[in-house]
Structure formats: structure tokens, C-alpha cells
Write a protein that binds this ligand. Structure first.
Ligand code: ADP
Ligand code: MG
Length: 582
């Protein structure tokens, strides 16, 4: 990417026309983006950005990159002049941010533009002044190595465009986002950003991504992130950070996506995120995600949008699924390992005994998660075949506020939220059945229920009849908005089925089932699990112990469908410490 000896050429017309033409200059933030990218391409280690009036009055970007000779500086403001590609072959293998040679001339054509640059140590630089695209002056001047570009009175010559700019603060927040994005993908570069006199960002060089995130968003935020990295066999590499399910946001403000280091918008990422967080966070909430996708340049087209903000992948589905899988894996391994219950549940000696899998030379630690899960299965089997031989692992010793279950195990005390646990178990049961294309078991009502419904309820029922059917609700029209409900899911043991069924409908409508087209199974399963856990109370110790065992067999045992923890372990160690006995 670093370009120490740039030689700018004007592209031949034939090549220029293959580069998606278009205006790079949409708003102050798109200018800032182009200028920062140029600075990075020039190998800058320090980039300073000064903004006045949301960028409408002044945008100034100063870098310490390689700079330009007088000759190159003059060429750089000609259309389709670039030092970064020479022929068609290079277009399919783009490794620099810029490649169109369009940014500087476009910016210079809609502003009062000044460029000062120097590429030599003897401090002799070049100053170029352009007004509305017209070259006014080229001067020699004193300047340090690097480039500084000043864009004043943006769109002064195109009032129609100027009118469409938003308020200073709105334009500035777009600029801030662009700078944050750039700084996230290049932690080794120092960034400073000013709005008027206010210093908004001042980022010193970081040795890694995590430290840059820490500098930008603070410790509380960074603590909630899970770092991940993985690669597939098509040469796609992913790395980045995702927030834990219980830390989520109403907006997508904390989602930044990069393809080969370039900050992009890729709307299909939403599908990947939604699939990964199925049943983990509330509808409408968004995790934080900082994702770097590294892919062979020929497998991705960054040339679909003039400001290169959008990308197209050759194998979009594969990439999407790979992202989903990677997030799911990192979430579940984090949930398992961060929850001390896994480490504490079964002492090693017991694991060996029950599972019969004694590792050769002991690095058992890595597999502890698997072992414990096997363990619970095995445990059940052992009890089946050889009653009483194995000790019980959990013992319910009490209930707090009717909802928190206190469970004793070898390591101390587990506190489990009855509803969250139940909801998770039901959700996975229902959803897995549906995904596996199985219908849930149904129970026929001895006397079918006749229900008068509102028109919207009635419509939803028949629009999603198939989905409801798979869940076990079978009904038919009975004139007007009346239906006859003939069966309900097998696991339902609630007393008041009518009330329960009506609640599902209300919830479905309130939560906009209409708009959740793609995820209606997921949504219905979640609603059903949630409502059932509300209605159907587990109370005996046996039921509650079983609930914990079932919970631990879930794919995502440690959170309910909104990302709230289902349980936590308090070890004897911690208890003793708290009571001053250690
Ligand atoms: P592109 O980045 O697509 O090549 P630009 O119009 O953004 O086109 O820039 C034109 C050329 O000017 C670049 O190819 C580069 O050689 C030179 N240039 C632009 N900005 C800088 C900078 N900050 N430092 C050094 N060279 C620069
Ligand atoms: Mg450029």
C-alpha cells in the first residue's frame, strides 16, 4: 500500500471508462474519507484532520506520508490521474485504497482547494491553488515531507448540492464515523480530529486493534467484546470483535465492517448477524461488531460504487455463512468458558470416572467443555442402567423470590433464573425441531376451542398458517373472523389455552410479525418459549434439577433469548473470601 515513489499517469480513456464513473463527493464525510485514504496510501504515520462548520466551511487533512514532487502534484489534480493502477490487470487486484484518480479533481471542482506537498527532505514543496476546478496558482513553498489538503467553501458553486447538506453537527458526526473507521483499521497510525477548536479525537499509535478500540470507546465497552479470528479453505480470513449478547444497542452505531482494510457498507452483513444472534438478543437490538474480512482481491469487487463504499463478493453466500458460523462459534465458546460453572461443575477426577475418557498425558484443560457435556449425557445413562451408582451432581436447596433457584454442587452454589433457563430450553427444543423440518408433537383438544378474533389476528393466523401448524397449532375458519382451534403443541401444559393462544397472537402483532418475514420461525419459537416459560411453572426439586441438566445440553446454555444470563456459579472459594475465611 505504501507508495514511496509515485509516478502519476493519466489513464487512457478506454481504461478510465471501465472504472465506475461517478461523483466521489457526496458530502464532507466522503471527502474526508478520500483524503484519509490517500494519506494512508502514501504511507502516512500521522494524520491530522481539522474541520470547521461540519466540513462546509473547512476540511483540512495533514499527513506525513511520502508527499509528491511538483510534477506529480500537478498531475494529481487531473482527472483519471493515478499512481496506483496502470492497466486492466491491476483493476482486478486492487491493494491500495485509491485507484480511480478521481478524488482530488472532483473535490477541487466543487470548492476552494489548496494542496501543499513535499517529497524531499530539503523542505522545498509545491503549493497548488484551485478554485471551482480552475487552476489559479502553482507556487514553490517551504514544506515538510508530506501533504496537506485544504477544502474550503464546499459546493459554493453548486447551490443545489449545498442545500442538501445536513446541519453542522449531523455532517460532523458522519465525519467522525469515517475517522473512527479509518483509525480502527489502521491502529498503527496516529489520528487527531478537531471540530472548530474542540479536540474530538486524539489517538496515539497503538500496537494492536484492541488497544485502539480501548482508546476510542473505553474500558467498559472493550471488556464486553469477544475477539475472534478464523479462516476457511477459500482463502477468506475473518478477524475482529463482537459484543457479548447481553451488551447490545438500539442502533448499528457500533458496527464497522472492513474488506481488505477498507471500511465498507455491506448490507448483507445484517443477515449474517441476525442468523448468528438467533434467539440471543431482542428483536431490533444490535450487537457491536468490528469485522475485518480479508479476501483475495479478485474475489471481491470494490468497484460497484463511486466512493467504493459498497462491495460485492464473488461467493456472497459462502462469505455470509462463514461470518455467521464464526460469530456463533466465538459466542458459544466464550459463553461456555466465561461462565465459571463449566470449569467448576465437574472436578477432573469425576470426569474421568464417568466419561471413561482418560486423556493420555493430561492436557485435559482444552477439552473440559466437551467433557462436561458428555458427562451429563453419560450421567443420565448411568443412572438408567445402574441406579444409584453415580452421585447426583446438583441438589436444589432453595428458591429465592420464587424465581431464583439455589443449587448446590461440588464447587459451591449455582444461582439459576428459572424463567430464563426454561425459556432457553424450550426455545432450542422448538427451534431445533422446526429447523430439522420436523413438526412438534401435538395434542388434540378434546373439545375444539371456538375463538372470535380481530381481523388482524385472523389475517396473521392464516398468512402464517404453515408456521403455526409446524408448531402444533391446528385451526380452521369457522365463519367471519372466528376460528376453531383443534390442537396445540404437545409440551404445553397450561391450564388456560385460550388465554395463552390469544397472548401469542397479541405478542405476534405487537412485535410486527408481518415485517419479520425471514425470521418468522425464529420469532414464533421465541415468543412461544417466552410465553410458555411464563405460564408453565416448574416447582418440584426434581423438575428444577432436570431443567438445569437440560439447560446444560443446550447449544447456548448461558443466556436466554434476549441475552440475559441464565445462571452463574458462586464458588466456595468466593464465598469463603467474602466471609473473610480465606
Ligand atoms: P487515487 O487515489 O484514486 O489514485 P486521487 O485523486 O485520490 O486518486 O489522487 C491522485 C493521486 O495523487 C494519487 O494516485 C497519488 O499519487 C497522489 N496523492 C493524492 N493524495 C496524496 C497524499 N496525501 N500524499 C501523496 N500522494 C497523494
Ligand atoms: Mg484517492
Amino acid at each position: 500500500m505504501i507508495n514511496n515513489n509515485p509516478k502519476i499517469r493519466v489513464m487512457p480513456d478506454s481504461l478510465a471508462s471501465q472504472v465506475a464513473a461517478g461523483e466521489v463527493v457526496e458530502s464532507p464525510s466522503s471527502i474526508v474519507k478520500e483524503l484519509i485514504e490517500n494519506s494512508i496510501d502514501a504511507g502516512a504515520k500521522k494524520i491530522k484532520i481539522i474541520i470547521t462548520g461540519g466540513g462546509k466551511i473547512l476540511i483540512k487533512v495533514i499527513d506525513d506520508g511520502c508527499g509528491m514532487s511538483r510534477e506529480d502534484a500537478i498531475l494529481s489534480i487531473e482527472r483519471h490521474a493515478t499512481s496506483k493502477i496502470k492497466d486492466k490487470k491491476d483493476l482486478t487486484n486492487i491493494t491500495t485504497f485509491g485507484f480511480r484518480g478521481e478524488a482530488l479533481p472532483s473535490i477541487a471542482s466543487v470548492s476552494n482547494f489548496r494542496l501543499i506537498t513535499s517529497s524531499n527532505e530539503d523542505m522545498i514543496g509545491t503549493e497548488i491553488i484551485i478554485k471551482g476546478g480552475k487552476l489559479i496558482e502553482v507556487n514553490e513553498c517551504g514544506a515538510e515531507v508530506g501533504t496537506q489538503i485544504e477544502v474550503k467553501s464546499l459546493f459554493y458553486n453548486i447551490p443545489a448540492r449545498k442545500k442538501f447538506l445536513k446541519s453542522d453537527s449531523a455532517e460532523f458526526s458522519k465525519i467522525e464515523r469515517v475517522v473512527i473507521a479509518a483509525s480502527l483499521s489502521s491502529p498503527d497510525i496516529c489520528y487527531s480530529l478537531y471540530h472548530g477548536k474542540r479536540s474530538v479525537l486524539n489517538l496515539s499509535r497503538s500496537t494492536n486493534f484492541k488497544n485502539r478500540i480501548l482508546d476510542l470507546f473505553g474500558a467498559d465497552f472493550t471488556e464486553k467484546l469477544i475477539e475472534f479470528s478464523s479462516s476457511d479453505n477459500n482463502g477468506v480470513r475473518l478477524n475482529g470483535f463482537i459484543s457479548r449478547p447481553d451488551y447490545n444497542f438500539t442502533s448499528k452505531k457500533y458496527q464497522y465492517l472492513f474488506v481488505n482494510g477498507r471500511y465498507v457498507k455491506y448490507s448483507s452483513i445484517n443477515v449474517s448477524i441476525r442468523n448468528a444472534f438467533k434467539g440471543l438478543i431482542d428483536k431490533g437490538m444490535n450487537p457491536a461488531l468490528i469485522l475485518f474480512i480479508n479476501i483475495e482481491p479478485y474475489q471481491v469487487d470494490v468497484n460497484v460504487h463511486p466512493s467504493k463504499e459498497q462491495v460485492k463478493f464473488d461467493k456472497a453466500n459462502k462469505v455470509q455463512n462463514f461470518i455467521t458460523d464464526t460469530i456463533v462459534e466465538s459466542l458459544s465458546s466464550d459463553l461456555k468458558s466465561s461462565n465459571s460453572i463449566v470449569k467448576d461443575l465437574a472436578p477432573l477426577s469425576e470426569m474421568k470416572m464417568i466419561s471413561g475418557q482418560i486423556p493420555e498425558n493430561g492436557d485435559i484443560q482444552d477439552h473440559s467443555i466437551e467433557f462436561i457435556h458428555n458427562n451429563i449425557y453419560e450421567n443420565e445413562k448411568i443412572i438408567d442402567s445402574d441406579e444409584g451408582v453415580t452421585e447426583k451432581k446438583f441438589k436444589v436447596i432453595g428458591v429465592l423470590k420464587k424465581k431464583f433457584i439455589l443449587i448446590q454442587n461440588d464447587e459451591g452454589l449455582i444461582i439459576m433464573s428459572k424463567r430464563s433457563a426454561h425459556e432457553r430450553v424450550l426455545y432450542e427444543k422448538i427451534f431445533k425441531n422446526l429447523e430439522g423440518d420436523k413438526n412438534l408433537e401435538i395434542q388434540r383438544l378434546l373439545v375444539p376451542l371456538t375463538l372470535d378474533l380481530h381481523t388482524d389476528e385472523f389475517e396473521i393466523l392464516f398468512r402464517y398458517e404453515l408456521n403455526f401448524q409446524k408448531l402444533g397449532f391446528i385451526y380452521e375458519e369457522f365463519g367471519g373472523n372466528t376460528i376453531k382451534l383443534e390442537s396445540v403443541p404437545g409440551f404445553l401444559e397450561v391450564g388456560n389455552i385460550e388465554k395463552f393462544f390469544r397472548n401469542i397472537l397479541t405478542e405476534a402483532i405487537e412485535n410486527g410479525l408481518d415485517s419479520a418475514k425471514h425470521s418468522s420461525y425464529e420469532f414464533l419459537s421465541g415468543t412461544l418459549a417466552n410465553l410458555t416459560s411464563r405460564y408453565y411453572d416448574l416447582n418440584s426439586n426434581q423438575e428444577l434439577e432436570k431443567l438445569l441438566e437440560q439447560l446444560l445440553q443446550c447449544d447456548m446454555p448461558y443466556v436466554d433469548t434476549r441475552g440475559r444470563p441464565t445462571l452463574f456459579q458462586l464458588s466456595y472459594n468466593e464465598i469463603e473470601k467474602k466471609l473473610g475465611q480465606k
